[in-house]
Design a protein around this ligand. Structure first.
Ligand SMILES: Cc1ccc(Cc2cc(O)c(O)c(C(=O)NC/C=C/[C@H]3O[C@@H](n4cnc5c(N)ncnc54)[C@H](O)[C@@H]3O)c2)cc1
Ligand SMILES: [Mg+2]
Length: 214
């Protein structure tokens, strides 16, 4: 049967990147998306903003919602200090299987815990399953209608502390209007919009960084 786009992306990484070199994996995926097939990775322009926020926060506890093929997982994990791991949630087994291989090809498997399942089910399990008290940094890049319910779930589960940083992809395109309204209106968050473009296109998009004020 015909291969899937994530499988073709993995092939491109195995062909064009250097094993154990995260930067080359990131470049190989960006090249594939620019010259072969567009795919919904955060991309290089928004990825640089992601890099700068992760570097600024220098988090000890990290959560990513929506692994997809692991592109942003690799971007984040490569910047984490030794001994720090990121937890990434993905409910599509086929995507998780590809992501696992791309993360391993980058040599970052020891810095990543990939959990198969849905955020709605897994977020309430973070404390008991992974011994997490609160998250320092959360990257939201899953189904856009899950951003708002999931941030409320973080609050209900006591997973945010004063200074926790949430970074949300696609707040313009595809768009997350309810989430944006919530974080921008709530007195419990300090929000900032980083303008950019939809990955590999000239369409306007951007990231919203929201700091929990406790
Ligand atoms: C109209 C239009 C369409 C598409 C675009 C382009 C565009 C650009 C982008 O950067 C995008 O991030 C997206 C986008 O839709 N992303 C959704 C990403 C899902 C992945 O995450 C997984 N997942 C989804 N919900 C959950 C969940 N609860 N728990 C665990 N995993 C979940 C899925 O299994 C997928 O692996 C789309 C722009 C405009
Ligand atoms: Mg996205």
């Amino acid at each position: 049967t015909r291969s899937t786009r994530p499988q073709r992306m993995l092939k491109a990484v195995q062909k064009n990147a250097t094993k154990g070199n995260p930067k080359s994996v990131i470049s190989a995926i960006d090249y594939f998306c620019k010259h072969s097939e567009w795919a919904m990775n955060v991309g290089d322009e928004k990825g640089s903003i992601l890099d700068s926020v992760v570097t600024e926060v220098n988090p000890s506890t990290v959560l990513e919602l929506g692994t997809y093929c692991g592109y942003s997982t690799v971007r984040i994990a490569r910047l984490l200090s030794p001994g720090t791991k990121l937890i990434t949630l993905e409910f599509n087994p086929a995507n998780a299987a590809v992501a696992k291989q791309i993360i391993a090809y980058a040599g970052l498997q020891d810095k990543v815990i990939l959990v198969e399942g849905s955020s709605g089910d897994l977020i309430p399990q973070m404390k008991e399953r992974f011994g997490i008290t609160t998250f320092d940094f959360i990257f939201l890049d899953h189904w856009k209608d899950r951003y708002l319910p999931d941030i409320k779930l973080f609050e209900e589960c006591g997973l945010l502390r004063k200074g926790s940083v949430l970074l949300a992809d696609n707040v313009i395109c595809p768009g997350t209007p309810e989430y944006l309204e919530y974080v921008r209106k709530s007195p419990r968050y300090e929000s900032k919009y980083f303008p950019a473009h939809l990955e590999y296109t000239k369409v306007e998009d951007g990231l919203e960084k929201s700091v929990f004020l406790g």
